[in-house]
Design a protein around this ligand. Sequence first.
Ligand code: SF4
Ligand code: SF4
Length: 115
Amino acid sequence: MKCLRCSYCCIMLDVIIIKPEFVKENLILYKLPVGEAFMHKPSYEACPHLSFVDDMAVCKIHNYKWYTQTPCFKHDQISASPDDPCRMGEYLLKKNPDHWKEIKDKCISTSEVSS
Ligand code: SF4
Ligand code: SF4
């Protein structure tokens, strides 16, 4: 699945993420103490690892090698090939629903812009 960087899942879904204070270059995720190193990001709250470049969502931890071990990396939907665009993202980018846009705009205005 190809992420369209809409940010919906990073804001609107319940997700298990690594705590920001545990993030560093070299990690072996499965060796971290689950109860201490991970947290629940509730729905309707922007993930602390989310930032934006203009309107495009950028995950701050995406480029670490261990990102492939995270629940976020495993997130997928039924897709015919790994190159298919995210169906949820396609739908949401067309609809741009108000309940999500409000949180997203707030997040864009307060998030650190990274490249
Ligand atoms: S860790 Fe990254 S991909 Fe996962 S919810 Fe947070 S910003 Fe999104
Ligand atoms: S909903 Fe899909 S396109 Fe949007 S950020 Fe999540 S994975 Fe990417």
